[in-house]
Write a new protein. Structure first.
Length: 308
């Protein structure tokens, strides 16, 4: 059977996410390899790599809540909002107290509107925003909603501020630091970022890409089911599993339809996001392996959305 599954990779700082997964691409060839949730070169930490059929599960990993440890330098600014850009120190900036920071961070918890950084991969008229910004164009991206579940001050000794953040997908941590600093009458640049978790993929169980080789890399493959840990599950009979694999919807079992869970969007551990509020269920074969993702077809039946 071709290799398939997910690898909890500990991306090192100083390389792009694409470069970090190159060793796995070489080892897994000819299987397709991708990753969920890009990390900037400055950042390190959890990068979930999807191999083979599991590449169809990247959006589900992307829905999982993420945890970060971000380090910021107050009283400084840069066009990239981090130390990779040209950093300028403010003239006589205020040095906010810890109590002021703790009070100010509360306004950024919940569903908030965030303006992404100009130096980002968001497309503007078909071009990446960072490409336009590098050419000196004034890039003003519109705000968009993001979910911040928690912000904790881990350490503060001016000008260095270290925050632990739990958030939903699409959140720019450097922009969160920027906005928090602006609310305190100053500015900030991000000097370091570590992603400590994506859902159940935690940095303590991650693997450094340098230790992977042709003899051990498959030992780090996690089952595709780990990408949909927050979905409700149903175990199918052999006949039901065969029908699902052929793209057929499930018939009633025992006179009752399979029950889809109630969906609460925008919460950690939920099985949907605000942008995708369709209830889904993970269908397993008799051995407990992921067969498909099912969704309601509107007529009380469950139709395969993705088949594995």
């Amino acid at each position: 059977m071709p290799a398939r599954g997910l690898i909890n990779l500990n991306k090192p700082a100083g390389v792009s996410s694409r470069r970090a997964i190159d060793p796995i691409k070489r080892l897994a060839r000819p299987a397709k390899v991708g990753h969920a949730g890009t990390l900037d070169p400055l950042a390190d930490g959890v990068l979930v790599v999807c191999v083979g059929a599991a590449t169809r599960l990247t959006e589900y990993v992307g829905r999982m809540p993420k945890q970060y440890t971000g380090t910021f330098l107050l009283g400084r600014s840069s066009p990239t909002e981090d130390v990779e850009g040209e950093v300028s120190e403010l003239a006589d900036p205020p040095a906010p107290t810890l109590n002021r920071i703790v009070a100010a961070k509360k306004q950024f918890i919940g569903r908030i509107d965030q303006r992404p950084p100009a130096f980002s991969a968001i497309k503007v008229a078909g071009r990446r925003a960072y490409e336009l910004a590098r050419r000196g164009q004034d890039v003003q991206l519109p705000t968009r909603p993001v979910s911040i579940y928690g912000i904790e001050v881990k350490r503060y000794e001016y000008p260095e501020l270290v925050l632990e953040i739990e958030c939903g997908g699409g959140t720019y941590i450097r922009s969160l630091g920027r906005d928090l600093a602006e609310s305190l009458g100053t500015a900030a640049v991000m000097s370091a970022l570590t992603r400590t978790a994506i859902g159940g993929f935690r940095i303590e169980q991650s693997v450094d890409p340098s230790v992977l080789n042709d003899r051990n890399w498959t030992d780090w493959l996690l089952p595709p089911l780990s990408a949909v840990e927050n979905l409700a599950r149903v175990r199918l009979s052999p006949g039901e599993a065969a029908r699902v694999r052929n793209g057929q919807s499930l018939e009633n079992r025992g006179g009752e339809h399979y029950k889809l869970p109630a969906v609460t969007p925008g919460i950690p551990g939920g099985n949907s996001t605000e942008e995708n509020c369709v209830a889904e269920i993970a269908a397993l074969d008799p051995e407990g392996r992921l067969v498909a993702i099912l969704s309601d077809d509107g007529e009380g039946r469950l139709r395969p959305k993705r088949v594995f």
